[in-house]
Design a protein around this ligand. Structure first.
Ligand SMILES: [Zn+2]
Length: 247
């Protein structure tokens, strides 16, 4: 089953008796999505859960969010746009936009520069020594009018690694199949861990049909559901894919 750009395929292994997902077999794309949850600003998480119409997020963050929305710009610093707080950008080497969440497209993983403003005095250097960078290579530099499409290297604060923005996207290697548990523990798939899991959940191999394998397409709606469930539940895959049939 081929995944489209907006979905990824997952193989669920379901214990039919207890109607719960024992684990999912997943490729890099799904694991990258799960890992990318940690790059999401709290403001983004609050907005996504607020907008998905299933009752918002627990706790006080939604009312804090609304306070910022409702506060007149008269009270906000002139150089600050409220979007910085309500729709923050994620600046993360290797980060790709979490495609399985709606409208988080402001995420970026590459910075671009032009050659003005540096110490080399090219084109319109205003002598301030400040260097301009942009997160979109189509940006035109307001100072020198050239496209800001030069690559910029981010140096790790420890000075040990120059972080490259190029290479395979995402976080984990693509040659491996991963095992994602119902509580979102993630590890490389192995026969030993499958057997251990079946034993732990008392799965009876002799019983025909005790285990069901099911291919599912995981899309954006599921992305938001999973994000919500991951904050509230220990049986996230069951909640997302089998909800209604249990609890
Ligand atoms: Zn410039």
């Amino acid at each position: 089953m081929a995944a489209t750009a907006d979905t990824v395929s997952l193989k669920l292994v379901i214990d039919r008796k207890s109607q719960r997902v024992l684990f999912a077999e997943a490729d890099k794309e799904f694991v990258d999505f799960l890992f990318s949850i940690f790059t999401l600003p709290v403001g983004t998480v609050t907005r996504l859960l607020k907008e998905d119409g299933s009752g918002g997020m627990v706790g006080c963050l939604p009312s804090l969010y609304r306070s910022i929305e409702n506060l007149s710009s008269d009270y906000i610093q002139p150089s600050i746009d409220k979007r910085f707080l309500l729709r923050p950008k994620i600046i993360m080497p290797g980060a790709k936009p979490p495609l399985l969440l709606p409208d988080v497209g402001s995420t970026f993983r590459q910075l671009y520069g032009c050659s003005c403003g540096g110490s080399d005095g090219i084109d319109g250097n205003d002598g301030s020594g400040s260097t301009r960078v942009a997160d979109d290579y189509r940006t035109i530099c307001p100072k020198c009018d050239y496209k800001m499409d030069g690559s910029v290297t981010l140096v790790d604060p420890l000075g040990e690694v120059e972080v490259s923005f190029w290479g395979e996207e995402g976080y984990v290697k693509g040659t491996v199949t991963y095992m994602v548990m119902d509580d979102l523990k993630v590890k490389p798939m192995s026969t030993a861990s499958v057997v251990t899991l079946f034993t732990r959940f008392n799965v009876n191999f002799n019983e025909i049909g005790a285990i069901e394998e099911k291919m599912v397409e995981f899309g954006m709606d599921d992305g938001v559901k999973l994000l919500r469930a991951s904050l509230q539940s220990k049986t996230v895959l069951t909640d997302v894919f089998l909800s209604g049939s249990k609890k």
